[in-house]
Design a protein around this ligand. Sequence first.
Ligand SMILES: C[S@@+](CC[C@H](N)C(=O)[O-])C[C@H]1O[C@@H](n2cnc3c(N)ncnc32)[C@H](O)[C@@H]1O
Length: 342
Amino acid sequence: MRMRKKKNLIPRMEKCAACQVKDGFALRGRWQEALMGGARELRVELGCGKGRFTAETARLNPDILFVAIEKVPDAMVVAMERVMALELKNVFFVVGDAALLPDYFAPGEVDLIYINFCDPWPSGRHAKRRLTHGNFLKLYRQVLKMGGQIHFKTDNQPLFEFSVEELPQFGFALSEVTRNLHENGPVGVMTDYEAKFYGLGQPINRCVGTMTEWDAPFPTTFRAVKNQWLDAFAGDVSEADLGKHVLAEGNYLWHIFSWKLVPCLEGGGARDALAALPAGKAYLFYEGKWNDLPYVKPVELPLAANFFEDLHDVYLVDKDFTWTYVHTHEEACGPYFCRAGT
Ligand SMILES: C[S@@+](CC[C@H](N)C(=O)[O-])C[C@H]1O[C@@H](n2cnc3c(N)ncnc32)[C@H](O)[C@@H]1O
């Protein structure tokens, strides 16, 4: 939303201090306890804009705690003033980013997420910025209760079609799907944008996604596996060490072990740890530094005794990246075995 800079923004925000949470990270895991003990649910709205929906929904549900997260304070101040004028005590605002949701809320802390008329980011290049993109849906999974819901509305048809395909792929069961919500007259509380588009006769799309059990599929591209491997096993390595010893041309991911940047088992200890793993599926990937292209493929444990004979610089991981085993091309280096977080 492009907003003109508001005059007197700071004093106006200060007048609404009672409904603003200045440090959203500090309440992680205790929003209800800190702000509204006895609240029946905690609902979060992403990108509340000027807050017509926020204020009216909170007014209609006084026993529910609402937290609205908005990137642009110039819009949010209008929402806060609305809430103050109505003297609502069950809605709070955070100047923040939806991308940080798991830093604001603990696992399972949120009952419902509202996404209303989010920016459509029409170019495919920007698809990852859509608040209904899989990467965001994975973040929502980290804070929603099992059975928790996403309520999504938009006037933008391509964004809606993208979203109804995306939600089920990330474990959200679709219901209440409509491409013309107000066909027979206004339904539910309208947002500022919705009221405007409805006034122009534009159809409004809506759907609900309910979170179900879901197993994240194993990534299929080398780049995605590499990034997840680094997140899992090199999360504590400094950017400087990573750049110099691991990611710079001519280096290998396993240099986190050979440079002793991450503790691990080595040699016989690593082989024993691999042999002790339960039978089942693991994934093998190769960095592709020699003549071969990088690859990712499933393998079954236990492996044959000569499995690594003609292989070099290959990595084994389990589906959740809780352990990794590395067979390098250098006799003096490895093999290495590491459990994430040890
Ligand atoms: C098109 S407006 C819709 C506002 C309101 N939901 C409505 O329907 O009237 C989108 C809003 O989302 C906010 N926004 C966009 N990306 C965001 C993000 N990652 N985190 C928080 N707010 C965001 C924008 O600043 C803007 O206020």
